[in-house]
Design a protein around this ligand. Structure first.
Ligand SMILES: Cc1cc2nc3c(=O)[nH]c(=O)nc-3n(C[C@H](O)[C@H](O)[C@H](O)COP(=O)(O)OP(=O)(O)OC[C@H]3O[C@@H](n4cnc5c(N)ncnc54)[C@H](O)[C@@H]3O)c2cc1C
Ligand SMILES: NC(=O)c1ccc[n+]([C@@H]2O[C@H](COP(=O)([O-])OP(=O)(O)OC[C@H]3O[C@@H](n4cnc5c(N)ncnc54)[C@H](O)[C@@H]3O)[C@@H](O)[C@H]2O)c1
Length: 507
């Protein structure tokens, strides 16, 4: 029963949302007549589907794209774009409150206009929706169908009573919030990423369940807007995949923000009493009941594999991991591929994009591109942000790869000091006795931008030794990467080389 409640706008869409909807699902849309057998039919028009449809059409393929809801999928409508837009405003409020730290005056009365925050977000979303629009697809020569798609055979599917025939198909149906894990949840009003961006009023007391990227980013933003925020994470640390010291810095930052941090804590039951939501939280050493006005559920995703009638197409799937694909992203039906959240472990927009490009090459042009060949970075846009690429130390050890790590704390980086953004570090792992970069973790205000340099180095086979020769503009926080590379270079100064240098300098 995830429905609208008192917090939501009941008003019709504002001008921003009207612009977005006109781009991503125009009113009065009529599906075209199918144009014979398509080279590629794409199901789902999130990032993966849009990228595949545009790329295939640009290369001359006859393409149909089917979307049951909004073009742009999660990222544009209820994911990356709205979350990053509100995070920016949340950071501004945090900085205003800390103005004195920067030698500035705290503005007298910091009043948070939550409705204005959300309106700005809707404006940004509307603007970005232009690049995902139906008009761009039509201009690219893609046949766009709105409606629920389902397979009717191994090379046919149907939408809105119309049959489409294909040579190749791509399942890019994404994922949705996992809301099955907490007893009582489905009987009450609750928030997920699918409705939280519709809020027009700030909940006074918010419980965020789940300490993955979604829970962490939005808990911090809503706390900074002034909601009394509790975050309950069942694991001992936030972002459990990340390195422990990175996750610890995040816990500390949350506590500084005033978030009530509850680690090792599971939400086990939810009910409504006296108009408030009561949630039982259980940890190893206590159990309590908290009363809140709103609950945001960020407990992971489940792939959209139901309602596709995959059995008729002979496509194997798993309700937890999604469409079963090989390393070439091909399913058990050789005509049908999958990309993005519908099949991938790493559910990010950039992996949806990269996997869609692999499918276009492999499905239409006899390509042999492998998913496993991708080097995938990611970043959680908290403050500080936590970004990672490549192997973690524990993974390298599991593979018997000897690791040496070079760590530069951000408090040793001039620009981080000048910006008062000293929390964090750059940590680069290399294979011992070589400069080959195995992976890196960056905790910094701009970690998401900084990680791209390491990803580039890894993809291009550039070692840490070469990064030491790359001139980094001064002062930038990315200089931390150069400092780590310099630290690596200093290890090359063996006692023998030092002795030789001393001898040389005796003149
Ligand atoms: C709050 C939030 C913040 C995020 N922030 C980031 C971030 O900062 N960076 C990042 O990289 N990633 C982020 N992500 C993840 C990112 O949004 C997803 O990984 C990405 O959108 C996946 O794209 P996709 O194309 O695979 O699926 P989706 O975007 O989910 O698109 C799938 C589409 O398929 C349609 N569909 C499903 N079934 C059918 C059917 N049977 N017929 C027709 N259409 C169908 C759906 O309506 C949907 O539009 C975030 C996610 C959330 C929830
Ligand atoms: N910056 C980004 O790239 C970004 C931001 C937001 C979301 N996303 C994507 O969206 C997806 C969803 O993110 P997510 O954070 O929901 O999923 P997630 O699976 O990463 O994290 C969910 C967390 O919830 C915890 N949990 C589960 N049940 C619980 C319970 N009953 N009580 C307390 N804790 C519980 C789990 O331990 C887990 O750590 C992810 O795939 C992520 O990649 C990405």
């Amino acid at each position: 029963m995830q429905q609208r409640n008192a917090f939501y706008s009941t008003a019709p869409p504002d001008a921003h949302d009207r612009e977005r909807l006109e781009n991503v699902h125009p009113t009065g849309w009529r599906n075209p007549q199918p144009a014979g057998r398509y080279n590629l039919v794409v199901v789902g028009a999130g990032t993966a589907g849009l990228v595949a449809a545009h790329a295939a059409a640009a290369l001359g393929a006859k393409v149909a794209l089917i979307e049951r809801n909004l073009l742009g999928g999660d990222c544009l409508n209820v994911g990356c774009v709205p979350s990053k837009a509100i995070i920016r405003t949340a950071r501004l409020y945090a900085e205003m409150r800390n103005a004195e730290q920067y030698g500035a005056q705290i503005p007298g009365d910091i009043r948070i206009d939550f409705a204005a925050v959300m309106e700005r977000m809707r404006g940004i979303r509307a603007r970005i929706s232009r690049s995902d629009s139906v008009h761009r697809l039509i201009a690219a020569g893609v046949d766009v169908f709105f409606g629920q798609a389902y397979f009717t055979g191994t090379d046919t599917l149907a939408v809105d009573g119309t049959k489409l025939r294909f040579k190749k198909a791509l399942i890019a149906t994404g994922a949705r919030p996992n809301t099955t894990c907490i007893p009582g949840l489905v009987e009450i009003d609750y928030l997920t990423n699918e409705n939280i961006f519709d809020l027009t009023e700030l909940p006074r007391r918010l419980l965020v369940i789940g300490g993955g990227p979604l829970g962490c980013e939005l808990a911090q933003a809503f706390c900074r807007f002034g909601a009394q925020t509790i975050i309950a994470q069942e694991k001992p640390l936030f972002l459990p995949k990340e390195e422990r010291d990175a996750a610890q810095l995040l816990s500390d930052a949350f506590a500084r923000d005033g978030i009530e941090v509850r680690l090792n804590t599971k939400a086990v039951n939810i009910r409504v009493e006296g108009g408030q939501k009561l949630v039982d939280l259980v940890s190893d050493d206590y159990s309590i009941t908290v009363a809140v006005d709103a609950i945001l559920v960020g407990t992971g995703r489940v792939p959209n594999v139901d309602s596709l009638n995959l059995e008729a197409a002979g496509v194997d799937f798993d309700t937890i991991t999604g469409i079963r694909v090989d390393d070439f992203l091909c399913s058990s039906n050789r005509r049908i591929y999958a990309a993005g959240d519908a099949c991938l472990e790493h559910k990010f927009t950039h992996t949806a994009d990269a996997s869609a490009r692999i499918v276009v090459q492999n499905a239409l042009f006899l390509g042999r591109q492998r998913l496993s060949a991708l080097t995938i970075p990611w970043c959680t846009y908290t403050d500080p942000a936590i970004a990672h690429v490549g192997l973690y130390v524990r993974q390298a050890r599991e593979r018997d790869i000897p690791v040496k790590t070079f760590t530069i704390p951000m408090h040793d980086v001039d620009r981080a000091i000048a910006d008062d953004e000293e929390v964090g570090f750059v940590k680069i792992h290399v294979k011992e006795r070589t400069d080959r970069i195995l992976g890196a973790t960056i905790v910094a205000r701009h970690a998401g931008d900084m990680i791209n340099e390491i990803t580039l180095a890894m993809v291009a086979g550039i070692g840490l030794r070469t990064l030491a020769h790359v001139i980094h503009a001064y002062p930038t926080q990315a200089e931390a990467i150069k400092k780590a590379a310099d630290a690596y270079n200093r290890t090359r100064l063996t006692p023998r080389i030092q002795w030789l240098l001393r001898r040389w300098l005796t003149w």
